[in-house]
Design a protein around this ligand. Structure first.
Ligand code: NAP
Length: 342
């Protein structure tokens, strides 16, 4: 019987070309507008597949993985893989891959755009100009925060939480703004201390010191609600929080109250705790800029992510080592090696 890859979403063309060139069998399973299958439909489809290639926002929980313990791989479309129950996959000898690197600069660009837009209230001012209010009111100032040294000539402090690929790419963008950069990342302390132009801080010190706090850590058990009420309360009243990592890293309910009370100046969010739902109160705030999870959304980057995910899927389908694996220990496990014998 021919082995099959299941793609339950509208994957970009260049990924599909990889499949065509590799002459593998693929089942694309989604609605005419790219609507994903229901949970039950996904389980049924996974039962008949050998490799699953989900979109990074598509949940792949225990029940889905356990519906087919013979899976040869899960090739996630995204660098974050918190949507997948990796522990269950590992236990069942299923390799899981992601798409690191290809989206680093694009996501850092978006993070930087969000930082600037939030600091200078760009969407609020855009809306005001379009709505005709400008003519009616004779001019509103839209006072913002400086990103560069500005009138006070004081370098602003950028606090980066999660100093990996995207965190470091954001640091590079801050150079043109003469910012002082501080970073928190527990396992990277030594590397950060060795880097020129960035100083290590413990989390609470970073929050107290920063003018801008930007989040770039993965969502794990440890980072869930890493930024809660206590942490938000440590931030300066003039500070801005930017989140392009994953929504649940921030306690969104606590964020809404802190913003409502004006205890920090603003927040720019690309990701949400219960996306696509927004925590009540968030959309009524004036000091937020809210984007619909578009960090990696450029044509070139999404195409390249599709190529990486497709190559990983093909490699796993053929029982070969995938390019970017997140649970490499699986490849040595008996349960995985036994699957390859069939
Ligand atoms: P990365 O290179 O793995 O960087 C993440 C960094 O965070 C690593 O250095 C990691 O350290 C660190 N970290 C882990 N636990 C931490 C903690 N408790 N506190 C502080 N730092 C911690 O990943 P990346 O490519 O930069 O991507 C980062 C995240 O961005 C992804 O996981 C994804 O969720 C998110 N993302 C979002 C979008 C979007 O569309 N908005 C797009 C792309 C990525 P260790 O490696 O030592 O664990």
């Amino acid at each position: 019987m021919t082995r099959k890859i299941l793609v339950p979403w509208a994957m970009p063309e260049r990924g599909r070309e990889v499949f065509k060139k590799s002459k593998v069998e693929v089942r694309y399973f989604h609605g005419p507008k790219g609507e994903p299958p229901t949970f039950e439909e996904l389980i049924e489809a996974v039962r008949q597949a050998d490799v699953l290639l989900p979109r990074g926002t598509q949940p792949v929980p225990k029940e889905v993985i356990e519906s087919n313990p013979n899976l040869l791989g899960i090739a996630n479309f995204g660098v974050g893989y918190n949507n997948i129950d990796v522990a269950t996959a590992t236990q069942l000898g299923i390799p899981v891959t992601n798409t690191p690197g290809v989206l680093t600069e694009t996501t850092a660009d978006l993070g930087w755009a969000l930082l600037m837009a939030t600091a200078r209230k760009v969407p609020q001012a855009h809306h005001y100009t379009l709505s005709g209010e400008w003519k009616e009111t004779g001019g509103k100032s839209f006072m913002g925060q400086d990103i560069g040294p500005g009138g006070s000539n004081r370098p602003k402090i950028l606090g980066i939480i999660g100093f990996g690929r995207i965190g470091q790419a954001v640091m590079r963008r801050s150079r043109g703004f003469k910012m002082k950069v501080i970073a928190y990342d527990p396992l990277m302390k030594k590397e950060i201390e060795k880097k020129r132009g960035v100083e290590y801080r413990e989390l609470h010190d970073l929050l107290k010191e920063s003018d801008f706090v930007t989040l770039h850590c993965p969502l794990t058990k440890e980072t869930h609600h890493l930024i809660g009420e206590r942490e938000l309360a440590l931030m300066k009243p003039t500070a801005i929080l930017i989140n392009t990592s994953r929504g649940p890293v921030v306690d969104e309910k606590a964020l809404v109250s802190i913003l409502k009370e004006g205890r920090i100046a603003g927040a720019g969010l690309d990701v949400y705790e219960h996306e696509p739902e927004l925590t009540p109160g968030l959309s009524e705030l004036e000091n937020v800029v809210l984007l619909p999870h578009i960090g990696s959304a450029t044509q070139d980057t999404r195409e390249q992510m599709a190529v990486v995910a497709a190559k990983n899927a093909v490699a796993m389908l053929k029982g070969k080592r995938p390019y970017t694996i997140v649970n490499p220990e699986v490849l040595e496990s008996t349960v995985y090696l036994q699957k390859l014998e069939f």
